[in-house]
Design a protein around this ligand. Sequence first.
Ligand SMILES: *Cc1c(COP(=O)(O)O)cnc(C)c1O
Length: 381
Amino acid sequence: MKFATKAIHAGVAPDSATGAIMTPIYQTSTYVQEGIGKHKGFEYSRTGNPTRQALEQNLAALENGRFGLCFASGMAAIDAVVKLLEPGDEVVSTNDLYGGTYRLYTQIFAKYGIKFHFTGMHDAQQVAAQINDKTRLIWVETPTNPMLNVIDIRAMAEVAHAHNCLLGVDNTFASPYLQNPLDLGADLIMHSVTKYLGGHSDVVMGALVVNDEALAEKLYFIQNSSGAVCGPMDSFLVLRGVKTLHLRMQRHSENGRAIAGFLQGHQAVDKVYWPGLPEHPNHEVAARQMRDFGGMMSFTLKKNDLATAMQVVERVKLFSLAESLGGVESLIGHPASMTHASIPKEEREKTGVVDSLIRLSVGVEDAEDLIADLEQALAGL
Ligand SMILES: *Cc1c(COP(=O)(O)O)cnc(C)c1O
């Protein structure tokens, strides 16, 4: 099956009891057993729930993977991945990382004896230099948040596998429509389902997709033991959202292209970071591993100060000033003071998160209206 067909049909079947075409919300904690150990595949909803299971199968199919697992949030999904490791193990991670992941690594798991190294990942040699015999996991985010760096997943898979490490990819920004990391050699995909997969800014959820059965078993064990599962109502909402993922991503990408072009030509704007621009330093890798370039972008102002950036984000009317991304409505954010506030200023500026950096999650509205809004917000700067 191809992508759009899978988005609509994978993992879901008409309800066997009633014929309901939509997967019911199995709002239940437990399941009646005919006798001890005699049940229909479900015993307790932390361990398994039919609505969640339909979604897990759907997401696995969208990533061309065999096994899917859904969690209460994207962070809970990453938490489960790190729990594969033992004290003394090491992780090599992208340096331009989602702030919450950086916080989980450095403030929660570091104290359990796991060591994290952060590095740029454009050069395989540079990544290999951070690996030693204790390294178990290479963690890649691409495109990165908020600088939209694109990392060559295939090259990272080669480095990881040459050193017997797992390659995990946070595929949140791309969504499975734009990029399928398992096909490029990754061992594990993580999504903040909260973003494009849910797509309607009404659910917080995370997911993992893997191909290897032994790895899937370990992750199911962690999912069930730690218990950070998502509920059936949220699973239903995401099953509904996913049915239009391909349509939304096409429009996000189209609008992204129009707005990146507009910003590039604006006199108040300094740099525009959108991987679809031929000038983007990683455009060639992006064109190779992505189907299109999406609606996430960042830009800096010629007047590189906090006050000017604040003015822009407060002047917009159609874009909403908010954290998060990937919904149908356009959002604007200021990484230095919002999503990346937990990263020390010196660290964040090294990766390009300067005071005037503004991030856009371009929605699926009419591009003309979005451009007019940005035009009035940037006027006179
Ligand atoms: C939002 C996000 C996360 C965390 O996901 P939650 O659902 O908010 O817990 C992780 N990685 C990236 C790239 C994100 O955008």
